[in-house]
Design a protein around this ligand. Sequence first.
Ligand SMILES: Nc1ncnc2c1ncn2[C@@H]1O[C@H](COP(=O)(O)OP(=O)(O)OP(=O)(O)O)[C@@H](O)[C@H]1O
Length: 782
Amino acid sequence: MSVTDQDWRREQDRVTRVLAEIDKRISVLEQEEGETRAEIVEFRKNFWDDVTVNLDEPDDIIETHATLRQQAEVLSERERRHRQTTGQLKKLRRLQQSPYFGCIDFREQGEREAERIYIGIGSFLDQSETEYLIYDWRAPVSSLYYDYAPGPVEYETPGGTIEGEMVQKRQFVIRDGMIKSLFDTGLTIGDELLQEVLGQQANLQMKSIVATIQQEQNRIIRNTRSRLLVVQGAAGSGKTSAAMQRVAYLLYRFRETLRAEQMVLFSPNRMFNSYVSSVLPELGEENMQQTTFQDYLEYRLGRTFELEEPFAQLEYTLTAGEESGYAARLESIRYKSSPAYVELIERYVQYLGQEGLQFRNLKFRGEIILSKELIYDQFYQLERSLPIPNRLELLVEALLQQLKQRALHELEQPWVEEEVELLDNEEYLEAFRSLQRKKRFTENSFDDFDRERQLLAERVVQKLFKPLRAQIRRLRFLDIPAVYRRLFADPQLVAQLDLNDRLPDCWAEIGEQTVARLERKELALEDATPYLYLQEKIEGFRTNTAVRNVFIDEAQDYSAFQFAFLRKLFPHGKMTVLGDFNQAIYAHSADHQFVFQPLIDLYQEEDVETILLTKSYRSTRQIVEFTRSFIAGGESIEPFNRPGEKPTLTRVEDERELHDKIIEQIRTLQSARYNTIAIICRTASESKHAYEALQSAVDLRLIDLRTTAYEAGVLVIPSYLAKGVEFDAVILYDASAYREESERKLFYTACTRAMHELHLFASGELNPFLLEAGEDTYRVNR
Ligand SMILES: Nc1ncnc2c1ncn2[C@@H]1O[C@H](COP(=O)(O)OP(=O)(O)OP(=O)(O)O)[C@@H](O)[C@H]1O
């Protein structure tokens, strides 16, 4: 719908007026900020001038304390004011760049006049503070903008549902105070604007989608009811983008109670963390905590084991096909990530409640003072109906008591006397002082020499027993590695636990591999979470009660164990889980659409909402039409209608031709001035090989696990590190390398990273997935 010239002029006048108001407010606040800052500096300088420190009498102490507290309160009040002003200034400066991006005319039921509501990234009131010149995009009324076309509408507020009619909906692009485009939109948020945004070049960091959030994405962003929100979305459907907007929304909606550090995002790798870290600051919010599951495992188990990295496991599964033991390892990965293994471990824990826990001897000066047999007996004498962690608490108390007795016994031993002799002067002096202090308080007379000797002996024994006490408190007398190991070393036990007969056929070989690795103090990735889960089941789960919202991106790569674990770790955390089962690239990943089921099963039905995103925004229509043919059910993926060239497939005779043609392609793409061009390889070793072959001809960067941020230019990157991100153009290094059915999703994931152009090269036979693509969906270069 076109906007008349007069309308345009009116809107421009309004923009100019609002910006003038913003400028005015900024200067007032800048002055205020300067003054408060000066006050704070001054106050800190003179802090002690207004406090009379007098600690003579109890009354004086109380008074001194009170004045001190008063002073500190005044200071912290000013600091708070300063922070607030700084925050407001930041927001206003952002509004200065583009005050709003949309507006609606909304007539509430029962009202005669429609109100015009302008929507931007933050709210802004007029000088009298009565009229909203701009509404925050997260305000309840703003949801109309994202959810409806003109016509009857309603929105939710904390006080109930408001109904009415939307008379008009308008979109703006405002830069440097000038309206660059302006249009009235119909059903969805203007395809025009979305076309424009999506047609732009890739960014090194993700951008906010605040101006063009789509209706189904808005449901994700504004959901506050569900304890578990599951989003299954096609590649490029905006899952990560919606998640980021959701964080900003929740921070606004619950601003009185929720802080950014109470939210945590689990992302696939560290590079991805840096990729998404710009969105929230762009929206004027602080970033939530970001981590990877691997970082957490490292934190918990890194001291006991050498942990395998996820990408090392992936590299193995993709490259070690010829090695002996490969099939068993693959089976092991699958089994250990399945609900069947969760069940086995649960049954093992039940068994351990009755018998079989393994303990370590506690030694002192090389001698066993609490034997593992003794600890075992004591443990199993405790009330069996109590959960293991509770029994362990009782056991700790008992062991500490026994240790105390033992310490008393040691006091009489000759070695203590010898140790006392060896003490240095400093310690003698300290003992002397301590005695003097005690003497003052107890006013007992004593034989100086004996007392001093006695005290020194106690100190010697105390000091040596201290680490033992700490070991007991930290449950070091438990031998969890041995407990876990037994599962693989004791076939009879496992047969007894595996009620439903679900062990893989090659269990014996899996057992051997696992035991061998444990003996080398290594933990394979597929063992890490089950191991930790078992440990927590025995020792008691560590929980993080501060976190209120947990986001898991690329959740299709999580196993049943990881879900169970995260659920326990964050008992008060609502979960938002985003993923695409078509991009499940790990060998353990379930190859069906129920990857999220184990997690859903942990919740009550009414606490779960599942949202399906089928529209894909990242790539051109041609790229989506081509890539969706590789996956089952791909027809349901709907491309956003942005036209481009068809993907190309170039067949080559040998490696030399492969490299020549790729170099040619890079040059063509460079002359089209693309920001980021990615040569995606199947594995890290293929990336290295490609990099070495191409680097003399073009300026390239090799991306590996150590890389912490994306850079512009031409990148060579292994497929699994390209996950979750996007590039202007993708060159798929060698499509012939993906042969196995298990690599279908990896191939799909790699191809769907392309926004504007996708070029595939094949040095050998075409892979089976390509053969499934409609011939009219790509162009073949011969
Ligand atoms: N509503 C929207 N407005 C503008 N751009 C959007 C919108 N939704 C998605 N996009 C763009 O589409 C691209 C893909 O989005 P995003 O990375 O969030 O998708 P995803 O579902 O997480 O993808 P994948 O699963 O493939 O990693 C990004 O460039 C994003 O900016």
